[in-house]
Design a protein. Structure first.
Length: 486
């Protein structure tokens, strides 16, 4: 069975896929987005939501003089020591297009606070979305509906359809078992994310601690990358990744997280962030940011001990505190400490977690905002009962570590070792066309976001989000523009 009435088919409904859909529809195309999950958002929805850009309204309002040339140079500082593997042509596109893209998002209704500093950036460039990263999908989805874009969830694309050399559609399976071909008269955009959840692809490039680490988004299995490779593409910088990182398990959704991120609501938060005292805004903001954070090494410097669910100690390497966690059978642990450590985690500079450019989270913030990962008890035996561990094993772990034995005692967790994102994407040119054998573009095939990262290195907060929207917009435009020239 085949549907022949689509101009563009986009694989993936994360930030890059929805951006591509909007630009293709604005260019006059009839657009279909296929998403294998039950809802839109992709890894973008799981992120902290930072967008790093220069020459923005926020910078100008703050009196910051900055531009893409300076941003380009500073990105090189983030990537220093990684060898000559960066794609400078794509980096140039990222920094040049980011100012217009953040304005494009704001025009759709997305609100940001900032700019915030992050060395070695020479100027504050990090902009943080409010109230959360769900705002991206919410406002892009509204625009897709307004433009008549069709989005179908529950469809996993399993192959590309080609007529001669040209990609002319996709084959997809629905969760109910149905198989269907979707024809794309102008082209296909692969925007299916990275391969943080793709064990087979991870095994090609990484050591066991990364292979075993959990993905932030379980659906990031590298489908788009695998499809492109099957049809002649190559992976660039597959051995680079962000992980493993220790993060708290996701929080149960509360009524606050179910609030739709309307522009009025987001603007109220933005206004409060600028004008209201910290003591008034902090509890509200913490309800959002502590859902996506992980512990800092500070806890372990003050005597905290990492244990598995049974209470047995897991070694901590201070260079990467999550290094050993994914090698345990459960990839699950608790951070346990006594009163002396807890007293150190109440105020600057000793925080439990940091949210880039927004706030620091201390022990009381977790007590108030993440009761699901916070436990406190007067004795170690009582704490063991709270977290389901063996009292004897927990006592032995603290004894082995030489940790403080004075109560009350605390546990933060569960924590897991996560891979937040893998850097390897398929090779693309500056038009976001996927490159096949001999680096010749595969006609009708484009890639965006992590699927089409193309070798550009995106260290520092806010660059992966920036690339998702910048590349998605360009791929969506070019699939319409290039096909018109045929």
């Amino acid at each position: 069975m085949s549907r022949l009435d689509w101009d563009v088919v986009i694989v993936g409904a994360g930030g890059s896929g929805l951006a591509a859909a909007i630009e293709s529809a604005r260019g006059g195309g009839k657009v279909l987005v296929l998403e294998k999950g039950e809802r839109i958002g992709g890894t973008t929805a799981w992120s902290v939501g930072s967008f790093t850009a220069s020459n923005t309204p926020h910078q100008r309002r703050a009196g910051v003089v900055d531009g893409p040339d300076q941003h380009f140079e500073d990105l090189g500082l983030f990537n220093a020591g990684k060898g000559d593997t960066d794609n400078l042509a794509l980096r140039r596109i990222l920094v040049d297009e980011s100012p217009d893209t953040i304005q494009w998002l704001m025009d759709l209704g997305v609100e940001f606070v900032g700019p915030n500093p992050e060395p070695p950036h020479r100027a504050p460039r990090m902009h943080n979305v409010v109230p959360s990263a769900s705002s991206y999908g919410y406002h892009l989805m509204r625009e897709c509906k307004r433009l008549g874009v069709t989005i179908l969830c529950g469809w996993r694309v399993t192959d590309l359809v080609r007529h001669g050399d040209r990609v002319t559609g996709v084959q997809a399976n629905h969760i109910n078992g149905e198989t269907e071909n979707f024809a794309a008269k102008r082209g296909v955009v692969l925007a299916a994310g990275d391969f943080a959840g793709g064990r087979e692809l991870k095994s090609q490039f990484f050591k066991p601690e990364i292979v075993n680490a959990a993905p932030v988004n379980d659906l990031s299995t590298g489908d788009g990358i695998s499809l492109a490779v099957k049809h002649g593409a190559r992976i660039v910088n597959g051995g680079h990744c962000n992980g493993p990182r220790m993060r708290f398990v996701p929080a149960p959704a509360s009524w606050m997280h179910r609030l739709p991120p309307h522009r009025v609501f987001a603007r109220a938060i933005s206004w409060g962030w600028r004008l209201l005292p910290d003591w008034l805004m902090r509890p509200f903001v913490m309800k959002f940011i502590t859902t996506a954070l992980g512990p800092e090494p500070t806890l372990f410097r003050f005597g905290a001990v990492l244990v598995d669910p049974r209470g047995q100690r897991i070694a901590v390497d201070m260079k990467n505190i999550a290094q050993q966690l994914p090698l345990t059978p459960d990839n699950l642990g608790f951070i346990v400490f006594g009163a002396a450590c807890a007293q150190q985690l109440q105020a600057w500079p000793n925080f439990v977690s940091t949210a880039p450019g927004v706030a620091y989270a201390y022990l009381n913030d977790y007590r108030n905002s993440r009761k699901d990962v916070y436990a406190e008890a007067p004795t170690l035996a009582a704490l063991a009962k709270r977290i389901g561990a063996s009292p004897a094993a927990l006592q032995a772990s603290l004894d082995e570590a030489g940790a403080g034995q004075q109560g009350p005692f605390y546990a933060l967790g569960p924590v897991r070792g996560y891979v937040t994102i893998t850097e390897g994407g398929v090779a693309v040119n500056t038009q976001l066309q996927v490159l096949g054998e001999g680096d010749v573009p595969i006609p009708g095939l484009y890639a965006a976001g992590s699927t089409g990262q193309g070798g550009v290195l995106l260290e520092g907060h806010g660059h992966h989000i920036g690339w998702a929207f910048v590349s998605g917009r360009l791929a969506g435009r070019n699939v319409i523009r290039e096909s018109a020239l045929l």
